[in-house]
Design a protein. Structure first.
Length: 97
């Protein structure tokens, strides 16, 4: 476990922002954001210069990412499983059917 605070704001996992200890869950979260961006063409937290760094971090921690209707059910399910904000539920949710 570590508590380092590094990375591009739009790709930070909530536990990094909250300065909680974290493990591989931050990598899975980042993978979920990259997958979302590859499929949609945009990062849900890349909102331009109209928001401050702190506002962007608050969005990451508190805003649920809406899965577009264009996602297949499988794609939406995988993204939801990777983009978990409450790391205490991470492994249960990731492995649930």
């Amino acid at each position: 476990m570590t508590q380092s605070f590094v990375g591009t704001t739009e790709y930070l996992a909530p536990e990094v922002i909250m300065q909680d200890e974290y493990g591989f869950s931050v990598d899975w979260y980042g993978m979920g954001l990259v997958m979302f961006e590859l499929v949609t063409g945009y990062n849900p937290f890349k909102v331009g210069d109209t928001y401050t760094h702190v506002q962007k971090m608050n969005m990451i921690v508190h805003t649920e990412i809406k899965m577009p209707d264009s996602f297949t059910p499988e794609c939406a399910d995988l993204c939801r499983r990777l983009l978990i904000k409450d790391v205490s539920k991470y492994y249960l949710y990731l492995l649930a059917k």
